[in-house]
Design a protein around this ligand. Sequence first.
Ligand code: GH3
Ligand code: MG
Ligand code: MG
Ligand code: MG
Ligand code: MG
Length: 312
Amino acid sequence: MKALVIEDTLTSATLVCHQLRKMGLEAVHARNGEAGIEAFKSERPDLVLLDVIMPGMDGFEVARRIRQLEKDGMWTPIIFLTARTGDEDLERGIEVGGDDYLIKPVSEIVLKAKVRAMQRIAQMRYSLLVLTRKLDEANRELTRLSSADGLTGIANRRRFDETLLKEWRRCARERQPLALLLIDVDFFKPFNDNYGHQVGDECLKAVARTLADSVHRSSDLAARYGGEEFVVILPGTHETGAGIVAEAMRQAVQELGITHRFSAAAPVVTISIGLACTVPQAGDEDGHARLLKQADEALYRAKSTGRNRVAI
Ligand code: GH3
Ligand code: MG
Ligand code: MG
Ligand code: MG
Ligand code: MG
């Protein structure tokens, strides 16, 4: 453990450094505030003993600057050394970031006790910091897991529901259109029945990846709606633009070239897409459910008119 003593009176500094060394601490001395700040940066002490009255920068200012220098979660205990005993000095010292104070001349027993107490607090703070970081990390992982689909890794239904509501409200505020694509794999039951569930799963993963790769704006979202159905949210996109995205998706899935000898639509796996688009109205809180229903009806039309197509 290293202590930095910032003190302009040499006799006082020598005495405190001597006492600290006797306690087994390493002691570094700086003769004024400016030198103290520099030493704080270069020595990275575990404890600062800080004189209040010094020519140039006084102890209060030094404490204030040290607190500014400390990065996120970092904390170095500061004990003021003062010949003054006024309550306002103590109050001000704590206010600018100090933790305790010692009255000069410093008693060896009191110094020892206060250094111990500060060590204990520093240790506790450090443990708390480590714990907080682990908790943050676990929380991030939990959020990721609870919003991702287990099979395909893209957004799940839950994330879709949340995002649709959020984007619906945002588009209403900003008077922007909102487009939805409801997507269903064509003849997927015969695919599963003939090639097996495992191959079916691999197919769903490839389709999901292709859909997710086909959206480019940060507010776009491709999600698994359930089973072999997917849904895409395109905020701020008009019908024409959404039609272009949908057609590109349809083509990209076909171009994956996943053999499907049991499809009546094509010799490869294909998708049908239902498109719906509207400008959400403020206060129309059920509008997003209606939009989804419209997309579903459009999907039905895509299916009934031959599949492997986009319908509006
Ligand atoms: P359509 O062109 O009309 O959509 O025909 P379809 O055969 O795709 O329609 P249907 O809804 O009857 O079939 C969906 C199939 O998707 C049924 C089920 O076996 C399969 N399926 C749903 N979820 C999964 C999954 O997680 N993994 C696999 N391998 N298959 C799934
Ligand atoms: Mg002094
Ligand atoms: Mg289906
Ligand atoms: Mg179906
Ligand atoms: Mg299907």
